[in-house]
Ligand binder design. Structure first.
Ligand SMILES: [Fe+2]
Length: 556
């Protein structure tokens, strides 16, 4: 490994004594790797016990080598850099060696000898894969043979595919948590996951450092080395405190943007923040420990942040679901009701597309909803901008007639709080289209102006899915999508039923489906039967279906 001094970004060498002992693999790392597939508490305890026994059997003493206890894990991703963090058992220097695409290596140092290492890696190219390794001055902290890498964020507004894994209420340490993780591992296979979002309750029961170790870092260890993690605070993560100190483990272990380091508008706090990734604007809110009132600092910042973005997509997430009727009822729990009454109107006025939350241990999701701010009894079907299941091949995808944010064109609300446990619900919340009581996690795929969401249960089955398609004025005619579907806009009479037919020679026409237009036009998606040749589509009026009055709340 050749290290060039000119490539050392931070030349300030940390004052420290040399660490005695020969370079060696991390014993604790080896043990954690062996036992990480076991459920939380058991796996963690056995790993530590095995580590102690191994150390004793080899006659090693902790003070002779710096051992990797946590990480590496990735934070604060931007198109040009990120923060890499890890923990060692004793204070030492830490460096990250990043291999550039041309094979050159650059070394980035941490500031001081510490056990909590935090290295800022800068000067990188957007949307580029980099390999990296951790070391102290004399001790490689990553096992030899391990291949660690990350991919930098794409430039602002770019439209390449983005995969997002959404976890909620995961930190139970139960076999169910591991099954959900393994189901996603099998589902995504070799496809890179660009972001992990967490909607809170990362570590039960009180968000202690040990609970985070056993029920978060040990469980997702491998994926955290390559995918940046973006959390929000749950009630268990603060130990139920509504005014946690800065020494809270959550704040200590995560490096979250307070000064718009990854895009968005500076919030000045790690409690809530925003960032950009490609053509998506993300907003992480604090429903637990911050003032939720409309005149509070969080709401004021949120209003300004939304006004400042013109991204194609806006995804907001926080812990306390605004619409839920599980063990936690949004009609009666104060944080849930206040997020609905005070924060949701701001989100909808800012054109937010998708709102993710947890707290309730199940999966619930709405259609394209707007302006439902009071208790469940006030919900009216007309509050759905679009109803239906949002599924291509079913009722059709949800659609928005603008690429960027426009107020009150509908948001989809998803409660994804069953990545660690599931509890029985009373009955479906009226505004929610789907309720599923099973362990699972949410997978989001965004490609340009299309967003696909899949709820993946613990067996790997897709238990629910929906698509949100945004009208791109440049694509107002027929076009094909990356997933092999055709999309086109059908214009006609509101309430009229139309028969969709396809042909590959404009002579023989084949029936595809029928659709009733709720408004004067709709986007239609069709699976391409033969992707190798051109297909044509036409729509014909179905006789005997006079137009019906326009539905209230429909897109004008
Ligand atoms: Fe919770």
């Amino acid at each position: 490994m050749q290290k060039c001094l000119s490539d050392i970004y931070k030349t300030k060498m940390p004052p420290q004594k040399a660490i005695p002992g020969q370079p060696t693999d991390s014993i604790v790392t080896r043990c954690r790797s062996a036992f990480r597939r076991l459920p939380g508490t058991f796996g963690g305890c056995w790993a530590w016990l095995a580590a102690v026994l191994l150390i004793l059997s080899q006659g090693k003493v902790f003070t002779t080598d710096a051992l990797l206890l946590r990480g590496p894990y990735l934070q604060g991703m931007s198109p040009h850099g990120l923060v890499i963090r890890w923990r060692t058992d004793q204070p030492c220097d830490g460096q990250v060696t990043v291999t550039m695409p041309d094979g050159q290596e650059r070394i980035f140092w941490g500031e001081i000898p510490t056990t909590e290492h935090m290295v800022h890696v800068t000067g990188l190219a957007p949307d580029t894969r980099y390999e990296y390794a951790l070391e102290t001055r004399s001790n490689p902290l990553v096992q030899e043979g391990d291949s660690h890498f990350f991919r930098t964020a794409p430039v602002l507004g770019s439209t390449q595919p983005v995969r997002i894994w959404v976890l909620g209420d995961s930190g139970t340490g139960t076999p169910g948590q591991f099954a959900v993780r393994d189901a996603f591992d099998r589902f995504t296979a070799e496809q890179y996951t660009h972001l992990i979002l967490h909607v809170g309750d990362i570590a039960y029961n009180f968000g202690t450092d040990l609970e985070f170790q056993l029920r978060f870092f040990n469980v997702y260890e491998e994926r955290l080395t390559e995918t940046v993690f973006w959390p929000c605070i749950g009630n268990h993560d603060t130990g139920f405190s509504t005014s946690p100190p800065a020494t809270l483990p959550y704040f200590q272990m995560f490096s979250l943007p307070t000064q718009a380091e990854s895009g968005g508008l500076a919030s000045g706090t790690e409690n809530y923040y925003s960032f950009d990734y490609g053509n998506i604007h993300f907003i992480s809110l604090d429903s637990m420990a911050s003032d939720r009132s409309p005149k509070g600092p969080m709401a004021q910042w949120l209003t300004r942040d939304l006004a400042a973005t013109s991204q194609d997509w806006i995804i907001a997430y926080f812990h306390h679901a605004p619409y839920s009727r599980g063990p936690h009822d949004s009609d009666w729990e104060v944080p849930m009701a206040e997020m609905r009454r005070y924060v949701v109107p701001i989100l909808e006025a800012g054109g937010v597309d998708l709102v993710l939350s947890g707290h309730t241990h199940g999966y619930e999701r709405s259609a394209l909803l707007d302006s439902h701010y009071e208790r469940s009894s006030t919900f009216k079907p007309s509050m759905n901008i679009m109803s239906g299941d949002g599924q291509i091949g079913g009722d059709g995808s949800y659609q928005k007639r603008a690429r960027g944010p426009i107020p009150h064109r509908g948001s989809i609300y998803v409660v994804a709080g069953s990545a660690g446990t599931v509890r029985l619900s009373k009955k479906p919340y009226p505004a929610m289209h789907t309720l599923i009581l099973t362990l699972g996690s949410l997978v989001l795929d965004v490609v340009g102006t299309r967003l696909d969401a899949r709820f993946l249960d613990l067996t790997g089955n897709i238990a629910d899915q929906f698509t949100l398609l945004k009208a791109d004025l440049a694509l107002s005619g027929p076009h094909s999508t990356p997933s092999g579907e055709a999309a086109f806009r059908l214009k006609g009479e509101p309430g009229r039923r139309y028969r969709i037919e396809s042909s590959n020679d404009l002579k023989q026409w084949q029936f595809e489906r029928e659709i009733t237009l709720q408004t004067g036009s709709a986007w239609i998606q069709m699976l391409l039967q033969d992707k190798s040749s051109m297909q044509f589509f036409r729509a014909r009026k179905v006789p005997g279906t006079p137009p019906v009055p326009k539905l209230p709340g429909a897109i004008p």
